[in-house]
Design a protein around this ligand. Structure first.
Ligand code: GDP
Ligand code: IMO
Ligand code: MG
Length: 438
């Protein structure tokens, strides 16, 4: 059975973790395919809160195969901490598999991320400073250190030395930092290697077996379409491809191994870090959405920028990902608004208007949303469990979005807890194998 991909359809933090957690109950395997611990995926189960940065959200189901694919960049310190943290809370992590081909974030990647941002000054991207960009840069430069390298001291030391050589100039201010000592770094990563050895696997082959045996595989994306290094708001993006197409590359499967692509979007928009955000509400209303939605980063705790739903960007995301279903989360945050705006096109400099997402950076930087105003609703919807429980205006809002982007809504979030969802009626009929009991 071909797999299902979950991707972010906006600028991240849409609630992908929760959606993966819901699907993981029925899945036989969950595979993360890109990004690193720049991601923060929150799951709320009863009174318990879980935050995942590297390990797929499906790990909470005992023994479930949860793979970190070759496309992910792994900071082994973060991964081992995450494993320890889960174990300490009684979670069985025996299903975790880590691709031997995934690249490692090294101490110098963290330093280079810091130094790069400092150098950019006012133009900085606002990265999570987790070393993501420098690690992917080394991968492309063929100077990367991979998970498998941690298992061989000679290879590891040689590769670290080769990777450090061209960075000496940039790393000069850090040269006295004990973390950069070649032998100490080699020893530290060998230790990580010993600790992680039991999890290291050929994750692509595991995915092939699951798919060939007609099992249900979920590919978990991190970040989001508008942060994609090719299709997002470059250079204010992350250094990987969070779009659905990257699930193939980052997990080692082919396009025909994917059937469903679900894009996850909030009922409004948020963005962490710098870069264009055409529907941003830099005012009291934006602040109100931030407070109501608890919009503070899972990874860095930074306040998220907030704005109205951007249907120009969402329609673009639908096409780039060939989205088959749309998940709208946090609809509950909108309860109590008299009216809600949605951007249906952009206005640029000199009164130009744009129906489609502009490819040119300077155009995008000047773009602001042009809006339709839709009626809001006052009712608390956190107890809604079926479409008929939602107020008519909330249903009309969802219909407006689905019609505009041409993708059916499959699932709606009405609160952070896993049971706080409304499955769209059509989705249940169309995808019985995918719909977990909630
Ligand atoms: P991810 O990175 O896409 O997995 O999203 P994050 O976990 O970073 O951010 C989403 C936040 O919204 C988390 O705190 C979730 O617990 C929360 N959340 C998810 N879905 C809903 C929803 O439908 N309503 C509300 N109120 N919160 C939600
Ligand atoms: P999840 O998976 C929101 C943003 C950073 C910054 C830019 C580049 O939780 O949705 P990086 O550290 O990747 O080089 O930073 O990307 N960013 C995210 N924003 N959610 C994320 O992940 C993000 N991962 C990176 O804020 O603007
Ligand atoms: Mg997040």
């Amino acid at each position: 059975m071909p797999g299902t991909v979950i991707v972010g359809a906006q600028w991240g933090d849409e609630g992908k973790g929760k959606v993966v957690d819901l699907l993981a109950e029925r899945a036989d395997m969950v595979v993360r395919f890109q990004g690193g611990n720049n991601a923060g995926h929150t799951i709320v189960r009863g009174h318990e809160k879980w935050k995942f940065h590297l390990i797929p959200s499906g790990i909470l189901y005992p023994g479930k195969t949860c793979a970190i694919g070759n496309g992910v960049v792994i900071d082994p310190r973060v991964l081992t901490d995450e494993i320890d943290g889960l174990r300490a809370r009684g979670v069985d992590v025996s299903g975790l598999k880590v691709s031997a081909n995934a690249h490692l974030i090294m101490p110098y990647h963290l330093m280079l991320d810091d130094a790069g941002e400092a150098r950019l000054g006012k133009l900085q991207i606002g990265t999570t400073k987790r070393g993501i960009g420098p690690c992917y840069a080394d991968k492309a430069a063929r100077l990367g250190i991979r998970v498998q390298d941690m298992l061989d001291e000679k290879i590891l030391k040689k590769k670290i030395a080769a990777a450090l050589e061209p960075k000496r100039q940039t790393l000069r201010p850090f040269m006295k930092d004990p973390r950069l000592d070649l032998q100490a770094m080699t020893d530290e990563y060998l230790t990580f290697g010993h600790r992680l050895e039991q999890f290291i696997a050929d994750t692509a082959t595991l995915a092939h077996r699951a798919l060939d045996d007609d099992r249900f595989v979920v590919f978990e994306g991190a970040q989001a379409t508008m942060l994609d290094i090719d299709h997002g708001t470059y250079p204010f993006v992350t250094s990987s491809n969070p779009v659905a197409g990257a699930a193939c590359v980052g997990a080692g499967v082919g396009p025909r191994d994917i059937q469903e692509v679900w894009g996850v979007a909030k009922a409004y928009c948020t963005r962490v870090g710098a870069g264009p955000f055409p529907t941003e509400l830099d005012d009291a209303l934006g602040e109100e959405i931030r407070e109501r939605g608890g919009e503070y980063g899972t990874t860095t705790g930074r306040p998220r920028r907030t704005g109205w739903m951007d249907l120009v960007a969402l329609r673009y995301a639908a096409r780039i990902n060939s989205m088959s279903g749309l998940v709208i989360t946090k609809l509950d945050v909108y309860s109590g608004f008299d009216s809600i705006k949605v951007a249906t096109r952009y206005r640029g400099a000199e009164e130009a208007t744009f129906e489609t997402f502009p490819y040119h950076q300077s155009v995008l930087h000047h773009a602001t949303g042009e809006y339709e105003e839709l009626p809001g609703w006052q009712e608390d919807i956190t107890e809604a469990r079926s479409e008929s429980d939602l107020p008519q205006n909330a249903r009309d809002y969802l219909r407006y979005i689905a019609d505009f982007i041409g993708v059916p809504i499959v699932l709606v979030g009405v609160g952070p807890a896993r049971e706080q969802v409304v499955w769209a009626e059509g989705a249940v009929e169309a995808l019985p194998a995918l719909i977990p009991a909630v």
